[in-house]
Ligand binder design. Structure first.
Ligand code: AMP
Length: 208
C-alpha cells in the first residue's frame, strides 16, 4: 500500500460547487484535479461505456461500480503515463468519486485519503437552481429535468452521504459552501495548503 495516491476528496451534494472548486485548485501547481463526471462526459457516447453512462446519468442514477472503478483506474493510469499527473509531486484532488461505500472500499488500495472536504449547503433549492443554470450552459441533460435532479439528491442522501462515515472523523472537514466561488475557495485553501505542504514540499535548505 506504499504507492497509494495521496489525495483529498471534494465531497458534497450535486450542485454544491465541487467542480468549480476542483477546477480552480487544479490550476495551481502541485494539485491535480480529476472529476469522475468529466471523465464520463469525455467518453465517446457511441462506445459501449458511453452508452451505459448516458443510460444511467440521464435517469440521475450512478453508473455501476465495476465500470466506474475500471474507467477511473484506466484514466488515472493514462494521466500518469502522460505525466499530466505526477503522483510524487501532485496532491490528487478527486471530485465525484467515491460515490458510495463500495467504491470507497474498492479505492482504498489505490488512495491514501488525507482529507475529505465536505462542502455543505443547507439550501437544496439554491443547489437545484445552480444545476438548472449549468444544464443550460453546459448542455447537461442530467441537470435539465427537475425529476432527474430530485432523484440525484435522493441518490446522494441514500448512497453517497454514508461515504463520510467510511473515513475517520479526524480527516473529514466540513466547509460552508455558501458564498462566492472565491470566498469558498479561501476556506478550501485553508484546508488543502497545509496538507500539500506537509506531504510534498521539502523544507528549504537553511541559508548560510
Ligand atoms: P457529476 O458530474 O459528478 O454530477 O456526475 C454526473 C453523472 O455521472 C452522475 O449522475 C452519474 O451518473 C455519473 N457518475 C459520476 N461519477 C460517478 C461515480 N463515482 N459512480 C457512479 N456514477 C458516477
Amino acid at each position: 500500500m506504499t504507492d497509494r495516491y495521496k489525495s483529498v476528496l471534494l465531497f458534497g451534494a450535486p450542485g454544491v460547487g465541487k467542480g468549480t472548486q476542483g477546477k480552480i485548485l487544479g490550476r495551481i501547481p502541485g494539485f491535480f484535479h480529476l472529476a469522475c463526471g468529466d471523465v464520463f462526459r469525455s467518453l465517446d457516447m457511441t462506445s459501449e461505456l458511453g452508452k451505459q453512462f448516458l443510460a444511467y446519468s440521464s435517469r440521475g442514477e450512478l453508473v455501476p461500480d465495476e465500470l466506474t472503478i475500471e474507467m477511473w483506474r484506466q484514466n488515472m493510469h493514462a494521466q500518469t503515463v502522460l505525466s499530466l499527473f505526477k503522483p510524487k509531486q501532485d496532491l490528487l484532488v478527486l471530485d465525484g468519486i467515491p460515490r458510495n461505500v463500495a467504491q470507497a472500499k474498492a479505492l482504498h488500495k489505490s488512495l491514501d485519503v488525507l482529507k475529505v472536504i465536505h462542502l455543505s449547503c443547507g439550501d437544496e433549492e439554491a443547489m437545484m437552481q445552480r444545476m438548472r443554470r449549468r444544464a443550460l450552459k453546459e448542455n447537461r441533460m442530467d441537470d435539465a429535468d427537475d425529476k432527474v435532479i430530485r432523484h440525484r439528491f435522493e441518490v446522494y442522501h441514500q448512497e453517497t452521504h454514508p461515504v463520510l462515515d467510511f473515513y475517520h472523523s479526524s480527516i473529514v472537514v466540513n466547509i460552508d459552501a455558501v458564498g462566492s466561488p472565491a470566498q469558498v475557495f479561501m476556506r478550501v485553501l485553508e484546508v488543502v495548503v497545509p496538507v500539500q505542504d506537509a506531504h510534498f514540499n521539502q523544507p528549504a535548505a537553511a541559508a548560510n
